[in-house]
Design a protein around this ligand. Structure first.
Ligand SMILES: [Zn+2]
Length: 81
């Protein structure tokens, strides 16, 4: 299962409790936002609540780095199961 699908399945908005979201993978170069956060490269997952529009950003490398059996647990922690 793709990480994006897993996030969509598990998503619960931390602000409004809505359970639908959009997931967009964004590549960052060494300018703009990434400069602000002192990040040189990488891809990030921008997860937007389709109800209130809040955006949360995740590092897919970190999420994918968990063994498949643990990934569900991580998602449960992020989104409260
Ligand atoms: Zn929301």
């Amino acid at each position: 299962m793709r990480i994006e699908d897993m996030i969509m399945n598990k998503f619960t908005c931390s602000r409004c409790g809505h359970t639908e979201c959009k997931v967009k993978e964004v590549a960052m170069s060494g300018t703009g936002l990434s400069k602000v956060f002192d990040i040189e490269h990488n891809h990030y997952l921008f997860v937007s609540c389709t109800h209130c529009g809040i955006v949360e950003v995740y590092d897919p490398d970190v999420l994918r780095g968990h063994k498949s059996g643990k990934l569900g647990t991580v998602m449960d922690i992020l989104f409260g199961g």
